[in-house]
Design a protein around this ligand. Structure first.
Ligand SMILES: [Zn+2]
Length: 254
């Protein structure tokens, strides 16, 4: 555009790139590559999905489960901060969360802050809402959470990563111990590991269960012991084969 005689101000307006950046690029074309490392794939003239789709699918699971985007800074210098709260009960989670955030937003710092019982992993970028269009005011369970077609395509290609992210953020792997009496009067303890996922948003629960269905992993909604009523906000994965399958890509060693 510049070579064809269009003014800097007009190129800047059309592309949303400020004039000083355009001048720097014209002086040193190799600097364009450096910029593109941190450019937003959704804001390009032809929007594309994030390059590291598997990390994105995992990060989406973490964000929907227990993440939030908030505005930080002020005025035109303000950026968005993506925060993911990592529970200390999954030791490898902080590292995996940090590395997936760095893959989705290359070339920028990912930080951590210690909280009580958990660690917050966060990164600042003004384009986080472009990558997570589910961002909006208020709590997630008070609004509709629906994936955009490009997000659904990524999730369809990386279902396990999404489930891993959802369980790491809002799930747990627990072991139920049951005592059984033996005919000789003795007793024996049986252990049943299972996965639970709890989220107040029906849309997010449905996203998990639909993805489990496509992975052929059986699940059921939790039944409250006191009332016998199905609790639609809690998903339980408890058959032996299903737990083994979940262990192969979610836990228990993360
Ligand atoms: Zn963007």
């Amino acid at each position: 555009m510049l070579n064809s005689g269009i003014f800097y101000s007009e190129v800047s307006r059309r592309l949303g790139i400020n004039r000083s950046t355009l001048r720097a690029w014209r002086t040193d074309p190799s600097s364009v590559d450096k910029h593109q490392d941190s450019a937003c794939p959704r804001c390009e003239p032809i929007p594309r999905p994030p390059a590291d789709a598997e990390s994105y699918s995992y990060l989406l699971g973490l964000y929907l489960g227990d993440g939030c985007i908030s505005r930080t800074g002020d005025g035109s210098r303000g950026v968005h901060r993506l925060r993911i709260l990592c529970s200390d009960s999954w030791p490898g989670l902080i590292e995996q969360c940090s590395s997936s955030m760095a893959s989705v937003h290359p070339g920028r710092r990912v930080n951590t802050a210690l909280c009580t019982g958990c660690t917050e992993v966060y990164g600042d970028w003004k384009h986080w809402p472009c990558l997570f269009p589910q961002h909006g005011p208020g709590k997630k369970h008070h609004r509709t959470i629906a994936l955009e077609p490009w997000q659904q395509q990524i999730v369809d290609a990386h279902r396990e990563a999404l489930v891993r992210g959802l369980i790491h953020s809002d799930g747990c792997r627990v072991t139920n111990r049951i005592r059984k009496k033996l005919p000789d009067g003795g007793e024996k303890w049986y252990e049943y590991p299972r996965y639970h996922f709890t989220n107040a948003s029906r849309d997010i629960v449905n996203l998990l269960t639909a993805t489990l269905d496509r992975l052929d992993i059986p699940w059921r909604s939790h039944v409250k012991a006191t009332t016998g009523v199905h609790d639609q906000t809690v998903v339980s994965i408890s058959t032996k084969a299903a737990v083994a399958r979940m262990d192969s890509f979610v836990g228990p060693k993360y």
